[in-house]
Design a protein around this ligand. Structure first.
Ligand code: KG4
Ligand code: ZN
Length: 367
C-alpha cells in the first residue's frame, strides 16, 4: 500500500469535540508498509467546552456528552469543508474508542461508525493515549523506539514505545494524574479551569523558594517504583500552606503557583531521568535516543525547558508537538488511524469495537 492515506479523525473522550483530516505518506519497509513520520494536517477543528464546565471547576460528564452530541455533526462538516473534501474522498475514518468519559466516547464512536458505513470506508477504533503517544510522529521526524512521558488530565506515565502498538509502561501515578493535580491546585487557589495554563501564568510572576513544598518519591531508586509518580501529598501541602495564609494576596497566589509548579517539575524530571537510564539499557547504544513529551501538560513551557536540559545531559533528543496538538485534538486520532491502516493493523470486526472507559496503553494490541 505505497502512496498516500487521507484519514478523518474524531475525538470526543473528554471536553473537546474535535474533527480533523490528515494525510500521511506510506512507505515500504522491506515487505511491510508503514507511514513515514511527518504528516500533513488538512484541517483540525476543535470546539472546547471549557466555558461550559468552568463554573463547576471540572468536567461534568453528562453536560459533556450532550454538547458532543449537538456539535459533532457540524464539526465533521467543518473539517471536510476546510480540507476542501467530501466524505467519499477520505480513505478511512478513525475515532477515539477509549479511554475516556463513556458518554462522550459513545457519541464519537457511533458517529464515526455510521459515517464509515454510509461512505463504505474502513473504520479504525483508536486508543486516545496512543493518539497522544504518536503525535510527535505526525508533527516531526521521529522513528521508533522512543521514550514517552505522557502527562495529561487523566494520565501520568513513562512509556517505552518500541513500535506501533508495542508499549511498555515503565511507571505510572499512584494517585492523581499530573494535569489533575494542576487543576486541583488551581481550584484551591481560586484560579480558573483548566488549571494548568492558569498556574503556569501565575508561576511566572512568583517566587518558588518561598515555600518548602514536598516532592513525593523524589530520589526513590527502587527498581520497580523508580519511574512512578505521586502528587496527592504535594496537593495537601499546598492546601495547608494556602490555609495558613488566608486571605491570599495576589503575591501569595503567584508564589504558591510557582512553588507548586517547581515541585511538580522536580518530580517529573527525577522520574524521567530514571526512565532514561532504564530505556538506554534496554534499547542499547544508539546516538542519540529520543524523548517525547505528550498530553495536555506538555503545553507547559517551563516543563519543556526543564526536560530540554535533562535530555541534553542524558544524550536524548527532545520532541514535543506544538501546544495546540498536545491538548486533545482529532488530528492525533486521525494520525494513529493512518499508522494502523498503513501497517495493516486493523481489527477483524472494527464495527463491533466497544466504547471503553478504561483502556491502558499497555493493553493496546498491534493488530
Ligand atoms: O490531554 P488533555 O487535553 O486532556 C486529557 O486527555 O486529559 O490534557 C488536559 C490537561 C488539563 O489537566 C490541563 O490543566 C493540563 O492538561 N494543561 C496544562 C497546561 N495546559 C494544559 N498543565 C500545565 N501547564 C499547562 N500549560
Ligand atoms: Zn488527552
Amino acid at each position: 500500500m505505497a502512496g498516500e492515506l487521507t484519514v478523518l479523525g474524531i475525538e470526543t473522550s473528554c471536553d473537546e469535540t474535535a474533527a480533523a483530516i490528515i494525510r500521511a505518506s506510506v512507505a515500504m519497509d522491506g515487505d511491510a508498509t508503514q507511514v513515514a513520520s511527518g504528516g500533513e494536517i488538512l484541517s483540525n477543528v476543535v470546539l472546547s467546552q471549557i466555558d461550559m464546565h468552568a463554573p463547576y471547576g471540572g468536567v461534568v460528564p453528562e453536560l459533556a456528552a450532550r454538547a458532543h452530541l449537538s456539535q459533532l455533526d457540524h464539526l465533521v462538516a467543518a473539517a471536510l469543508q476546510q480540507a476542501e473534501m467530501r466524505l467519499e474522498d477520505v480513505d478511512a475514518i478513525a475515532a477515539t474508542s477509549g479511554p475516556g468519559l463513556i458518554g462522550g466516547v459513545l457519541i464519537g464512536l457511533a458517529t464515526a461508525k455510521a459515517l464509515a458505513l454510509a461512505a463504505n470506508k474502513p473504520f479504525i477504533a483508536v486508543n486516545h493515549l496512543e493518539g497522544h503517544a504518536l503525535t510527535a510522529r505526525l508533527t516531526g521526524d521521529l522513528g521508533f523506539p522512543y521514550l514517552l512521558l505522557l502527562v495529561s488530565g487523566g494520565h501520568c506515565q513513562l512509556v517505552a514505545v518500541h513500535g506501533l502498538g508495542d508499549y511498555q509502561c515503565l511507571g505510572t501515578t499512584r494517585d492523581d494524574a499530573v494535569g489533575e493535580a494542576f487543576d486541583k491546585a488551581a481550584k484551591l487557589l481560586r484560579l480558573g479551569y483548566p488549571g494548568g495554563p492558569e498556574i503556569e501564568k501565575r508561576a511566572a510572576d512568583g517566587t518558588a523558594k518561598r515555600f518548602d513544598l514536598p516532592r513525593p518519591l523524589l530520589g526513590d531508586k527502587q527498581t520497580d517504583t523508580q519511574c512512578d509518580f505521586s502528587f496527592s501529598g504535594l496537593k495537601t501541602a499546598l492546601r495547608q500552606q494556602a490555609e495558613k495564609l488566608q486571605p491570599l494576596s495576589d503575591q501569595d497566589i503567584d508564589d504558591l503557583s510557582a512553588g507548586f509548579q517547581a515541585a511538580v517539575l522536580d518530580c517529573l524530571a527525577d522520574r524521567s531521568a530514571n526512565a532514561m537510564a532504564q530505556f538506554s539499557v534496554r534499547v542499547g547504544p544508539q546516538d542519540p535516543l529520543d524523548f517525547v513529551i505528550a498530553g495536555g501538560v506538555a503545553a507547559n513551557s517551563a516543563l519543556r525547558q526543564r526536560l530540554q536540559i535533562l535530555c541534553h545531559e542524558n544524550n536524548f533528543t527532545l520532541h514535543v508537538a506544538p501546544a495546540a496538538l498536545c491538548t486533545d485534538n482529532a488530528a492525533m486520532i486521525a494520525w494513529a488511524g493512518a499508522e494502523r491502516l498503513a501497517a495493516g493493523y486493523l481489527e477483524a470486526d472494527a464495527m463491533a469495537a466497544p466504547a471503553r472507559a478504561r483502556w491502558p496503553l499497555a493493553d493496546v494490541s498491534p493488530g
